[in-house]
Ligand binder design. Structure first.
Ligand code: AKG
Length: 284
């Protein structure tokens, strides 16, 4: 098993308690700039050279790009996952000494990108079951300075405790989730005063971490700067393959195909789902 290291001061008990209470936390300077600088040009390369699991989300070509599993085709992303403290941040927030990668997701909104990311909850997009699937978390790492004006993320505090599962929402006008007979996320924008909505201005290397049940979204990019976010999904505990209708097809493909060949009901284990031991270095 590979080891990921993290200084104790990166994730404090206060961060962990905020994450547990709100279902989201902001961790400033979580990822050292040396990693951000390596992954930024790789992100641009991936957007310009889309891979098999990528999607142009916007109606206007190239405006809102969603790349999945970059690490399977790009060394810089692989290096990021195996060397940066991203997985260790996740493990600390989950109070775990080990962590397993689910997948990496690159979301870039170009200046003027007119697509908001709809309010949604991640849980039912994933073809997964088990206690680890219900506590999976996502690090959204800023590769650029990010504000609400440039499409910064927003989260409904405490929504991970609502004990509600919501149907996936398409990020664009495609119909992949239309036929699901599952309740939809409530109208957050129409009733913003009823919710505690959290957002943060970010510098490159800051990250936002949210629980798989937390309702979140992001506005259009009205600024004149690009908004690149690298979202990495990490998990612990028992996670099994549950290929329900309406789950993300690309994730089903990776789970069920070579080299993983995971059958329905079996644990998510294989070369594309590496596990790591986490070492916390003492306070400096
Ligand atoms: O970057 C965005 O706008 C959406 C990201 C998101 O929904 C996620 O990481 O779960």
């Amino acid at each position: 098993m590979n080891t990921l290291k993290i200084p104790a001061e990166t994730v404090t008990e206060a961060h962990i308690q905020a994450y547990e209470r709100d279902g989201v936390v902001c961790i400033k300077n979580a990822i050292p700039m040396e990693f951000i600088e390596i992954v930024r040009p790789a992100a641009d390369w991936c957007r310009q050279n889309p891979g098999p699991y990528d999607r142009d989300i916007a109606r206007e070509e190239g405006q809102f790009y969603g790349g999945q599993y970059m690490w399977l085709r790009n060394e810089a992303f692989k290096n990021f996952l195996f060397k940066s403290p991203s997985g260790a941040v996740a493990a600390r927030l989950l109070r775990s000494e080990t962590i397993q990668l689910y997948y990496d997701f690159l979301l870039t909104k170009q200046p003027g990108a007119s697509n908001p990311t709809p309010w949604h909850q991640d849980r039912l997009y994933y073809p997964l079951s088990g206690n680890g699937a219900d506590s999976l978390l996502s690090l959204w790492i800023a590769l650029d300075p990010v504000t609400l004006d440039s499409g910064g993320m927003e989260y409904v505090a405490g929504s991970h405790k609502w004990q509600k599962l919501y149907a996936p929402e398409a990020f664009n006008s495609d119909s992949r989730f239309n036929d699901l007979d599952i309740q939809r996320v409530p109208d957050i924008d129409g009733n913003r005063d009823d919710y505690r909505i959290l957002s943060w201005d970010l510098a490159p290397g800051d990250c936002l971490v949210h629980h798989v049940m937390t309702v979140h979204g992001s506005p259009e990019n009205h600024a004149d700067v690009e908004r690149r976010g690298l979202a990495i999904r990490w998990m612990t505990g028992e996670v099994r393959y549950d290929p329900r209708p309406g789950t993300v097809p690309e994730q089903n493909t990776v789970i069920a195909s070579e080299p993983n060949l995971i059958a329905p009901g079996c644990r998510i284990e294989g070369p594309d789902f590496p596990k790591f031991r986490v070492e916390t270095m003492p306070f400096t």
